[in-house]
Each structure stands twice: as C-alpha cells, then as structure tokens.
Design a protein around this ligand. Sequence first.
Ligand SMILES: [Zn+2]
Length: 242
Amino acid sequence: MSAAERDNLVPAEGDVAPGPATPGPGEPLSAEEDSQPEEPRLHLLKGKPWLIDPGRRAKWSEPEFVAAHALDIRQVGDPVLHAPAKKPRLPLKELELLVARMFASMVKAHGIGIAAPQIGVPLRVAIIDVDAMGIVVVNPVIDWVSSEVEETSEGCLSVRGLYGMLERPLEARLVGEDIRGSRFTLYGDDLGAQCMIHETQHLDGVLYIDKLKSRQDLRPVEDERQSVSGHSRAEMEGATSA
Ligand SMILES: [Zn+2]
C-alpha cells in the first residue's frame, strides 16, 4: 500500500492517540485512557471507499442533525435483523441520505459501526467506524480471514445492554463497493477485522449472539459508565443504551 493510500484512511484530526492494549471485561479504563491506538486497524489495499470525512462527521454529529435524522435501533427479534438484506438500487441522493441516517443513529447510540437493517432498512449498506475511519461500504463480502483467531468480547447496538465472548479471526479482508459502485478492498486486524465481519454478518441476517456457543455466555453491561469507558472499544458498536 502506498503512503498516499494509507494517508487516505488516517483521520485528519488529532483524535488518534496512543493507548494501551484493549482491556478485557471488568477492566474499566478512564475516559482519557480509553483512546485509540496510534496505528489504525483498517488499511485500504485497493480502490477508494466513500468516507465520512471530518467535515461530514462534524455536520452529521451536530445535535440538531442527529435529532432530525437518527432512527431507533432495531433490537434482536425484529425480523429485519434476521433476514438477508438486498443489494441497494437507490438513486445516489437517497443512498447518501440513508448513510446520513445510519451515521446519526450510530452517533446517538455511541456505536463504532452500523448496518442498514439496524435502522429498519433491509439493504446491504454498512458503516465501519473503527478508529473514526468512517468507511461506507455497499455489498460487502469478507473474502479472506486469518486462521489465527482470538477470544474477544463483542456487543451490538441491536442487543442492548449485553456483551458476549466469542472467537473472531485476528485479521480479515473485505471487498465492497463505494456508493457509486466502484470496488475497493479493505484489510483489518484486531477490532478492525472484528467490525468488518460483524457488519457484514448483519447484512446476512446474522448477529454475534448467533455465533455464541450458548446464550448463557451473554453478560450484562453493568453500568453506563463501564459500558462507555471500559468496554466500548472491545465491544462492537458499544453496548450502551442510547
Ligand atoms: Zn451489531
């Protein structure tokens, strides 16, 4: 990957600070310590995704914008979360509006990723926002995963207040399209790989709880503070209630 390609994926503002390794459950960190690592966990290998750049992020995070555009996050049991989504065939403007609504809903719920079915739209569109990358992907496919796996905690905006431990590949590669249909390839490790896999599975109607050995492995997020500061980096999309 060239430096230019890499720069393309590095958040522009100084919002990425060195941080400690991902804590395990029960190891709450202070808000200051709960920062992102210096090295982004997503790398562009080929092509160029449509990004929620710092300008859009600022505008789409404003309270007025969020209030006007955020939708309720559908919760486990809602049929839209348990059926495969379809390829979007929307005019560009409508696709952009869908992405804006997804982003606002994710911001409101303190997530680091979201898939369109989570706001009730059964289309194959997702946002992967690990390390504030703001990557929008249409029709994503995970075309490679590492054989090496790690036991990790994971949560979901659609399974509010709970998290579970499961095995996920350490690395993954995703092929997808930008909002105009141009293809790109993304590589992720650690939380980057986890988020790519998690969001892609949403589009197939699969939740992380379907991957647990037993629903008994689900644990409550004990309190809001812990869920925000102690688990949110380790749990996909956080597991905080909005
Ligand atoms: Zn989810």
